[in-house]
Design a binder for this molecule. Structure first.
Ligand SMILES: [Zn+2]
Length: 262
């Protein structure tokens, strides 16, 4: 039976213990969370003035990688699914403008969106350092996209899983050699050898190697995983996981539909 325990949760990162699923299932969630959850990112820039020390391409790349947070992301459509046919309209894109003159450091907070519900996820991402007399004036068009097409549309910065460790202790002579070896300090002796928190074990097996009588065996819990996910701030972790699950569900429903036609 599937069981999920939340070990750690903030809007921008989460850690879950998931039991009773296969590695294939959890890997599908990981891959879709990284590559198929849509988010907004700048995809096109009109540069009206750039006398900064950065080439237009470098400036554009920096602006493109700034994570954008939208209060109502669900109202945006992917350009190829929009009624405008990808030409660009209020349903599939939004405009951000930037106008700055030196001396100053231009930050992400200087990007002003025409839609007040959209803003950079972090206000203090440096874009360029302008010296006296240098200017940057541009208009950036943000569109929905997915990480599979470009890293700027990847909402996760970390998304990984590992098996939960399984430590068996058999006929331990309480010599304590393994306690000194464990870099996480997870082992202790209180009448018998004890493990403080198995969730923290990263399966380095140093304890196993330190034991001269093979009393300690480190393995993997086959259907138990620690799933870690971190967002770039554009979408909260809960929404990333929910959307990833929806994407998988839609793929399976489509598969079912095709099989019914055959
Ligand atoms: Zn459109």
């Amino acid at each position: 039976m599937t069981d999920i325990q939340i070990l750690d949760y903030l809007d921008t990162n989460g850690k879950f213990l998931i039991k009773g699923v296969s590695a294939a299932f959890i890997n599908a969630v990981r891959r879709v969370a990284m590559s198929e959850v849509p988010k907004l990112a700048v995809d096109y820039i009109r540069i009206y003035d750039n006398s900064s020390s950065l080439y237009n391409e470098t400036l554009s790349s920096r602006i493109g990688l700034i994570p954008l947070k939208a209060e109502e992301l669900e109202f945006f459509k992917m350009p190829d699914e929009c009624e405008c046919g990808g030409e660009g309209c209020g349903s599939c894109q939004t405009v951000l403008s930037l106008s700055a003159e030196g001396p100053k450091i231009v930050y992400s907070s200087d990007l002003v969106a025409s839609d007040p519900s959209i803003k950079p996820a972090y206000q203090d991402i440096p874009i360029v350092n302008l010296h006296e007399g240098q200017r940057v004036v541009c208009e950036a068009i943000a569109k929905l996209g997915i990480g599979k097409n470009h890293a700027k549309w990847q909402a996760t910065t970390i998304c990984a899983y590992r098996n939960l460790a399984k430590i068996d202790i058999i006929d331990c002579d309480l010599c304590g050699d393994c306690i000194k070896e464990c870099p996480k300090g997870l082992l202790s002796i209180n009448k018998e050898l004890r493990i403080k928190n198995i969730l923290d074990c990263n399966i380095c097996r140093l304890c196993e190697r330190a034991c001269s009588i093979d009393a300690i065996r480190v393995g993997l819990e086959k259907d138990q995983y620690i799933f870690s996910i971190e967002s770039d701030g554009s979408i909260n972790v809960k929404d990333i996981v929910n959307t990833a699950v929806d994407v998988i569900e839609n793929k399976l429903l489509n598969l079912k539909k095709y099989l019914e036609i055959i």
